[in-house]
Ligand binder design. Structure first.
Ligand SMILES: [Zn+2]
Length: 283
């Protein structure tokens, strides 16, 4: 994607290099409570199987991270450009509905950071916290994604950012709340199925962002393939096979590789969020 000359979003908080040395809570119970809140209240791309960490590990003492890699600033700039693109895009669609789009804030952090959903950790991958309407990204995930998925590229990072913004849109229009209410009445298996529909919708919204980039003439050869390869690589079936050697469909929360691929593609091809009707299968 040709982005260097494009406008950056101003809705950015840069907390990099300010990792919390120690989680300031007393004793294990406090940590456990915080982690439970986090698991229940945030929406990520779920790269935990890929990154090898996860929210179940209590972070008692975290080392200060090494100085930023040199590529980090370019990634940060690119992330701000993508955020600005999503602001313009969603402002356009919200205006069409007679509404005003309130953009999320992006927090760039390194290591660990405080959020209204609990403590964010790099190992969780990028996530959105509905309680404070912020996107949290530790850019180191991108290196993991590149080395472990055998790919990456700027458009793959854009897909991840646009997916998290998709969760913000779901939060604004009330989808997230409806989903939570529905999940409260379902068993675990049913709740997981609804979670998949929500994630696939966010993938489709990310595709709508991709469509807008294509229409502005800024796509480069291989960009779409990068995003589709990423969508495929982070399917639940693929990640489970990778981390535990087998696939348990009832435990899927984000969708299979095939589903993630096709919903991103649908958003990309149509450029229309109304086509991202993953919940229609429930009617
Ligand atoms: Zn998600």
């Amino acid at each position: 994607m040709r982005w260097q000359d494009m406008e950056r979003s101003q809705n950015v908080e840069d907390r990099r290099g300010r990792s919390l040395g120690r989680i300031p809570v007393g004793g294990k119970p406090g940590i456990l409570v915080l982690l439970v809140v986090l698991v229940a209240g945030y929406y990520g791309v779920d790269l935990t199987g890929l990154l090898g960490g996860g929210v179940s590990q209590a972070p008692t003492s975290l080392q200060q991270r090494a100085p930023q890699a040199s590529g980090d600033d370019s990634l940060a700039e690119f992330t701000k450009v993508v955020l600005k693109q999503t602001e313009d895009l969603w402002q356009h669609f919200f205006r069409g509905l007679g509404r005003n789009y309130e953009p999320p804030r992006l927090v760039l952090y390194s290591g660990t950071t405080e959020t209204a959903c609990g403590y964010g950790q790099a190992a969780m991958g990028p996530f959105y916290c509905p309680a404070d309407r912020k996107l949290y990204i530790d850019l180191s995930f991108y290196n993991d994604m590149q080395s472990k998925l055998g790919g990456g590229g700027d458009f793959a990072l854009g897909y991840v950012v646009a997916h998290e913004v998709g969760h913000h849109v779901q939060n604004l229009v009330g989808t997230a709340e409806q989903v939570r209410n529905l999940q409260a009445r379902l068993d675990q298996r049913g709740a997981n199925q609804v979670s998949v529909l929500m994630e696939l919708q966010a993938d489709c919204y990310a595709g709508v962002w991709g469509h807008s980039v294509a229409r502005s003439g800024r796509l480069e050869g291989g960009d779409l393939e990068e995003a589709l390869r990423t969508a495929t690589a982070i399917g639940d079936d693929r990640l489970q096979r990778r981390s535990q050697g087998r696939v348990v469909p009832d435990s899927f929360t984000h969708g299979t590789s095939e589903q993630r691929y096709s919903w991103f593609k649908r958003g990309f091809d149509t450029g229309n969020p109304a086509q991202c009707n993953t919940f229609d299968s429930l009617r």
